[in-house]
Structures are given as structure tokens and as C-alpha cells.
Write a protein that binds this ligand. Structure first.
Ligand SMILES: Cc1cc2nc3c(=O)[nH]c(=O)nc-3n(C[C@H](O)[C@H](O)[C@H](O)COP(=O)(O)OP(=O)(O)OC[C@H]3O[C@@H](n4cnc5c(N)ncnc54)[C@H](O)[C@@H]3O)c2cc1C
Length: 376
């Protein structure tokens, strides 16, 4: 690839992946145009709260972003201690000395992650064209248009509340099949969701049960609730180059397969794609060495997690609550070991077979992925 600075580089999609690529290219003096299908950034997330995970590197994620010249000028809540709950309603504290994740807001509002990335890109001279849905982009270009299918969905509500800041997670297949239900409260606002890996067609029942469980166990109180949901897509591609164009973020399938944390892989892959153009290096080789081993481990983690069932979740949560430092525990769980390397072929097969959600034919269906067709 050739970093010809007179050549305009076009990017499809103004999510974290596309904007991180644009920022990296603009820092190097390239002319960049980003096409965004929606009228603003973060459109599919409204004002969702999400966790910018802080466990896959020893270095703090905010410092990692700063080192890559990506803005940290967004609002965030460092999250250390939280509460897990099993299917029998038993609560357990989880602790960490450093933040396990930073809560951030997604969407177009000032203070959100998306807004901060947009501002940085525009200040560097990137031309972001909204309402510009591209069908084809000739090289030089980067493809960053987000998920193409639903391997998991997260559905629930955004709301206002008088509850204090905090986060709670319930592992119970009756609320979130194969996944987890979560409640995030930050400065008078909240998000409650069930993150489901199967049975999408019955999402309404799972949402209702999730809300009722949080009301009963932690006194969830919602004012002005607004329904919100979204889909996640994850797989490990052999190559993430279409023609000569790097494919980044969730469009490439890059996401933590265990729990669906995708923001960091999106930003990292955007940066790597931009550098591959600037430095004329092989993008596939770069992401393979940077995070492919972690993607494989997350697939093994998912395959193991999917076998646990509610009794297994209870055991898992007990084990996690005994850890002195959950951030450190997760660091080890997300990095390769010989045991997990040996399990990968089995896990790959199992995760692929779990994807066939027989409960959703996507015909006459109102599940979040089917609804999302118009929005995305
Ligand atoms: C409800 C929910 C909760 C989540 N929670 C977390 C979390 O807590 N932590 C975490 O790390 N991850 C979380 N994720 C995943 C995370 O949001 C994504 O992995 C991340 O946003 C992917 O970034 P991206 O840039 O690849 O794609 P996106 O953020 O989807 O951005 C893609 C952009 O491309 C645009 N686009 C699409 N098609 C076109 C086109 N043809 N032309 C031009 N533009 C186009 C879209 O409008 C969109 O703005 C969550 C996902 C969901 C749905």
C-alpha cells in the first residue's frame, strides 16, 4: 500500500473504528473523508452507557489511547468495585484496585466517546460527511461500517433515576440466555439490558424478567424509560482486507466473543489499518500479531461459558468474587495459555454452531436485529 498524501483516503463508517483510522491518517497529514450513513455519530446507540474495558493490557486503556494520539477528552466513570448476582439471587462483590472498565456514553451528545472522536477528527481537518451511505469505495479506502449480523443482542432501557452510581451483573439463563443481564447507573441516568446469545425472538420476555429481577434485588427505579437495543457481530476472519481495503472494527468481526466488548478492538484495528497505509505494511499481519491470539482466547472463553448453565455461573461468580483483583484475573483469562490453545479447534466449532439461532427465522420477526435493518 502507498501513503500518497495527495491521494484522498475515504473511510466508510464514523464509529470508533473509522474515526480512529481517520485521526491516525490525519495526524500524518493525509487528506481524509469519512462517510457516515446516519445524520450524526453513534446513532445506533442513542445515549447508551458502555464499558471501555481496561483488562486486556497492563497499561491503563486511557494511557494506551493517549500514546496513540487518540483523544480521551470524553466523560468517563472509572469502575472498580461492582456486584454480581447468581440465579438464586445471591449477591457477591467484585473488587479491583485499578478500574476494570471505564463507563462511557455512546451517541452524538457532547461528552460521549463518539462526539469526542468526531471533534478530534474534525479539528485535524477530516471531512465527515453525514447522511452519506456508501455502497462502494475505491482504494485507497478503509471499511468500518459495523456489524453485519447478530451473534448477540443487548436489549432493555435507558432511563433517569435517583439511584447512586454503580454496576450490577446477573448471570442467569432465564434472564439472558448464554449471556448476562446488567445495570449501569451514572450521575442520575441508567441503562438496564439483557445481553442474549440465543432465543432472540423472545427478547421481550427476557427484558421484562431482567427489569423485575433488578427491581426486586437492587431496587431498580426507572423514570422516563426509553427502550433501546442493539446487535453484536463477532467472528475471527482469516483476512480482513477486501480487495486492497482494510476492514476494521465490527465489520471485520473483531469483538470479544465472550461478553461483546468491541470498542477497544474497533479503535485498535482502525489505528493499525491507518498505519498499514501510511507505512506500507501488511494490515493482516499487524492485527494477527496485535490481537488475534486474544480473539481466539475469547472464543474459547465463550465456548466454555456457554456450557456452564446456572449452577456453573454460580460457581464462576463465587470464584471471581474470591479474586483480590478482578482486573488482574481478567487479564490472565484473556491471554493465551497452552490449555486454551489446545481447546481452540473445539471452541471454534462450538461457537460457530451456537450462532445458528433456530428460534429466530428472521421472518415476520421484531427481534432487535430484524428491527435494526432500517437504522443501520
Ligand atoms: C447494546 C450494545 C452494548 C454494547 N456494550 C459494549 C460495551 O459495554 N463495551 C464494548 O467495548 N463494546 C460494547 N458494544 C460493542 C461496541 O459498541 C461495538 O463493538 C463498537 O461500537 C464497534 O465499533 P465500529 O466502529 O466497528 O462500528 P459502529 O460503532 O457500529 O460504527 C459503524 C458506523 O458505520 C455506519 N455505517 C454503516 N453502514 C454504512 C455505510 N454503508 N456507509 C457509511 N456508513 C455506514 C454506521 O451508521 C455506524 O455509525 C456494545 C454493543 C451494543 C449493541
Amino acid at each position: 500500500m502507498n501513503a500518497d498524501k495527495d491521494n484522498t483516503i475515504q473511510i466508510a463508517g464514523a464509529g470508533p473504528a473509522g474515526l480512529a483510522a481517520a485521526i491516525t491518517l490525519a495526524h500524518a497529514g493525509c487528506k481524509v473523508i469519512v462517510h457516515e450513513a446516519q445524520p450524526d455519530v453513534g446513532w445506533r446507540f442513542k445515549r447508551d452507557f458502555q464499558g471501555l474495558e481496561n483488562w486486556t493490557t497492563r497499561q491503563d486503556v486511557l494511557s494506551v489511547l493517549k500514546d496513540a494520539d487518540i483523544t480521551t477528552d470524553f466523560e468517563f466513570l472509572p469502575c472498580t468495585n461492582g456486584v454480581t448476582i447468581d440465579a438464586w439471587g445471591q449477591t457477591r462483590a467484585i473488587n479491583s484496585t485499578e478500574p476494570i472498565f471505564y463507563l462511557v456514553e455512546r451517541g452524538p451528545n457532547p461528552g460521549s466517546l463518539d462526539h469526542a472522536l468526531l471533534e478530534q477528527a474534525q479539528e485535524l481537518g477530516v471531512d465527515v460527511m453525514f447522511n452519506s451511505r456508501v455502497k462502494q469505495l475505491a482504494y485507497p479506502a478503509i471499511l468500518a461500517t459495523g456489524p453485519k449480523a447478530a451473534d448477540a443482542i443487548a436489549v432493555g432501557y435507558h432511563f433517569e433515576t435517583n439511584m447512586p452510581n454503580g454496576y450490577w451483573v446477573i448471570c442467569d439463563n432465564d434472564l439472558a440466555p448464554g449471556g448476562y443481564a446488567y445495570l449501569l447507573i451514572w450521575n442520575g441516568k441508567g441503562t438496564v439490558k439483557t445481553c442474549m446469545f440465543s432465543d432472540f425472538k423472545n427478547e421481550k420476555h427476557y427484558v421484562q424478567r431482567t427489569v423485575e429481577r433488578f427491581q426486586r434485588l437492587v431496587g431498580l427505579q426507572m423514570n422516563n424509560p426509553v427502550a433501546h437495543g442493539g446487535a453484536g457481530n463477532f467472528y475471527i476472519p482469516v483476512r480482513a482486507i477486501a480487495g486492497k481495503r482494510p476492514v476494521v472494527g465490527e465489520q471485520a468481526g473483531f469483538q470479544d466473543t465472550l461478553w461483546g466488548f468491541g470498542i477497544r478492538h474497533a479503535i485498535t484495528s482502525g489505528i493499525l489499518a491507518a498505519r498499514s497505509i501510511l507505512e506500507n505494511t501488511d494490515y493482516d499481519a499487524n492485527w494477527h500479531s496485535e490481537f488475534k491470539p486474544m480473539l481466539r482466547v475469547s472464543a474459547v472463553n465463550r465456548a466454555l461459558y456457554s456450557m456452564l448453565g446456572n449452577r456453573g455461573f454460580k460457581w464462576f461468580l463465587q470464584y471471581v468474587s474470591r479474586q483480590k483483583d478482578v482486573r488482574d484475573f481478567l487479564f490472565h483469562q484473556y491471554h493465551p495459555t497452552l490449555f486454551k490453545a489446545l481447546l481452540y479447534p473445539w471452541a471454534d466449532h462450538r461457537v460457530k454452531s451456537l450462532r445458528n439461532d433456530a428460534a429466530c427465522s428472521h421472518l415476520d420477526c421484531e427481534c432487535v436485529w430484524c428491527r435494526m435493518g432500517d437504522e443501520h
